[in-house]
Design a protein around this ligand. Structure first.
Ligand code: 13P
Ligand code: SF4
Length: 302
């Protein structure tokens, strides 16, 4: 069955001249069939740069929506329309408008893990790979409202020495990681380096050897002379790391480190997406134009 599905996906991709992209947190079989696997910044760039007319996003809704914002004339597909991001749902356009009214001279920096409506109220977007550079690019006399991840926000504050007005959002998956869980892994694997995503709580980031976006973690691990790593991010990423570094050993920082929304994209759903051109992502033009500016400013800086 898997073999037939993969054959169908390959044939349909060729017929449509479609590009299939996958986030690092996707199931191994999805990463295998994808033309490109990357972090959210790299996936956003793919949308802006590819010649393909049909692009299938194996990831969550905000990733496909960002692609549609950047490339309105392309057909952008999300194989499962309910693949969301609970953190992105913690900020709405309406709530952000209210926050901006309290701080009228502020600059809004939003993580790409937000809806198009929030991006439309945003001055500049960021991802975990470029968040520090984006914040550094904002004049020092400006207040910054940072949306929605308070853990990524604290990490940026520590890196830049700049205080920001913080939205009280978080990733329910990364935010669950505790210092005790990480230290238990360290006890079991004393030689392993602790490497975490900036969405983890500040207390955990504090004890880590490296805090970085997924692509940053991949680069670090590839170039490191160390052989063992405790990984504090979504479990799908361990597959990517093992593929790139088969001679190194990776331990997940907590047993249940799974983003269920990332796992709803299956080979069956990908095949269906290519077969029926489902589910097409659309963004109302007035919102898209404003959201475009916030993404475009980010892409011009990093
Ligand atoms: P990256 O920006 O590192 O790809 O992370 C996206 C994400 O959703 C992390 O939970
Ligand atoms: Fe959203 Fe967290 Fe899942 Fe990333 S891991 S998509 S931030 S819920």
């Amino acid at each position: 069955m898997t073999k037939e599905l993969i054959e169908f996906i390959t044939r349909r991709k060729n017929e449509l001249n479609a590009l299939v992209v996958s986030h690092f947190y996707q199931l191994p079989e999805i990463q295998e069939v994808a033309d490109f696997v990357g972090d959210s910044l790299q996936l956003a760039r793919q949308a802006a740069e590819t010649d393909a007319q049909v692009v299938v996003y194996c990831g969550v809704h905000f990733m496909a929506e960002s692609a549609k914002i950047l490339s309105p004339n392309k057909t952008i597909l999300l194989p499962e329309v309910n693949a969301g991001c609970p953190m992105a749902d913690m900020a709405t356009g309406e709530a952000l408008r209210a926050k901006k009214a309290e701080h009228p001279n502020s600059v809004v920096v939003s993580y790409v893990n937000t809806s198009a409506e929030v991006k439309a109220e945003t001055d500049i977007c960021c991802t975990s790979s470029n968040a520090v550079s984006i914040v550094k690019s904002i004049p020092l006399d400006k207040e910054i409202i940072f949306v929605p991840d308070q853990n990524l926000g604290s990490y940026i504050e520590n890196q830049t020495g700049r205080k920001m007005i913080m939205w009280e959002g978080y990733c329910p998956i990364h935010n669950n990681l505790t210092v005790d869980e990480v230290m238990e892994q360290k006890r079991l694997h004393p030689e392993a380096k602790i490497v975490v995503h900036p969405e983890v709580p500040e207390s955990v980031a504090h004890i880590a050897d490296v805090v970085s976006s997924t692509s940053g973690i991949l680069d670090y691990v590839k170039n490191s002379s160390d052989k063992e790593f405790i990984i504090g991010t979504e479990v799908g990423f361990l597959y990517t790391l093992s593929q790139h570094c088969p001679d190194k050993t990776f331990y997940i920082a907590r047993p249940e480190f799974t983003c269920q929304d990332m796992k709803v994209i299956t080979l069956e759903r990908l095949a269906n997406a290519l077969d029926k051109l489902e589910h097409q992502i659309e963004v109302p033009e007035d919102i898209r134009k404003k959201a475009y500016d916030s993404l475009d400013r980010m892409l011009k800086i990093t």
